[in-house]
Ligand binder design. Structure first.
Ligand SMILES: NC(=O)c1ccc[n+]([C@@H]2O[C@H](COP(=O)([O-])OP(=O)(O)OC[C@H]3O[C@@H](n4cnc5c(N)ncnc54)[C@H](OP(=O)(O)O)[C@@H]3O)[C@@H](O)[C@H]2O)c1
Length: 259
């Protein structure tokens, strides 16, 4: 039985990805910053998919002083090795969204926190996980990236920077890990129907990103299916980006229907 490790998997897209893999018979390891939140999500998943093993960990990727929580990340992967659990697919979904960060208002520490979470901590998680994948000469690593790696939105400089940086890291890792048969790819969602979509500070239901060529934004299952493709079917694909945004990125500008 195969195992997927998903960060930020207690709710929203991460939980949707966990559901997809569990429904396909994979064992699932989920993380959340809070141990109790991870436990609740794991219990929910266990109840829905009794035939698979669900594990959970509390993982604060970046500590309040903005340092990466190396010892916790190391401890988790050491424990998995001790338990003889091989991670076949690693999904990096947790993200510091860096919302409302303004260039002239926010302290540098806010910028650093986003970069350290979305790039540096992910790098360390990958290093810890790929060490074990390397021994098996098999593995798939999937970033949940964003189309904001290419298209900016207001007051999200650190977030956009981190997502663009993730794509550079993804390609470099794909090159360096390819010889071990470890594939590294990225899914680029546009807007996803989280509760933020309904209750967003920007009233996103009316945002122009709703006007996609496909006239819809992504469900959790759309993102989960893209991750599943990379994990299971994409034997000869690495360093690739799969955009799941209803075609939003291909437009010069959104075509808004006449009222
Ligand atoms: N929602 C969208 O429209 C959208 C669009 C494009 C890309 N994405 C990307 O899709 C992924 C999932 O996003 P989502 O909107 O579904 O979920 P989300 O719930 O907003 O974020 C995923 C998880 O990341 C963890 N997280 C949040 N802030 C964090 C921080 N400061 N440090 C460490 N972890 C933190 C949270 O888990 P815990 O609280 O359990 O620790 C959270 O549940 C993210 O990588 C996001 O960048 C989302």
């Amino acid at each position: 039985m195969k195992t997927v490790f998903i960060t930020g998997a207690a709710v929203n897209t991460g939980f949707g990805i966990a559901q997809k893999f569990a429904s396909e018979g994979w064992n699932v390891i989920i993380t959340s910053r809070r141990e109790d939140t991870a436990l609740v999500a794991a219990a929910k998943l266990r109840a829905a998919y009794p035939g698979v093993t669900i594990m959970s960990y509390g993982l604060e990727m970046v500590l309040p002083d903005n340092t990466v929580n190396e010892s916790r990340i190391t401890a988790i992967f050491d424990e998995l090795e001790e338990k003889k659990v091989n991670v076949d697919c690693l999904v990096l979904c947790a993200a510091n969204l860096g919302i409302h960060q303004q260039i002239f208002k926010n302290p540098l520490s806010d910028f650093i926190s986003v970069i350290n979470t979305n790039i540096v901590a992910n790098y360390y998680i990958i290093e810890s996980c790929a060490r074990r994948m390397k021994k098996c000469r098999d593995g798939s690593i999937v970033f949940i990236n964003s189309n904001t790696a290419y298209r900016a939105i207001p007051d999200r400089i650190a977030y956009s920077t981190s997502k663009a940086g993730q794509l550079g890291m993804m390609r470099a890792l794909a090159l360096d890990l390819g010889g071990y048969n470890i594939r590294v790819n990225a899914v680029l969602p546009g807007m996803i129907k989280t509760d933020r979509w309904e209750n967003n500070y920007n009233n996103c239901r009316y945002a122009l990103s709703n006007y996609t060529p496909l006239h819809d934004i992504a469900e959790f299952s759309d993102i989960a299916d893209a991750v599943w493709y990379f994990a299971v079917y994409a034997r000869n694909t690495t360093g690739a980006e799969l955009c799941v945004d209803g075609g939003n990125m291909i437009q010069l500008y959104p075509v808004v229907p006449e009222k």
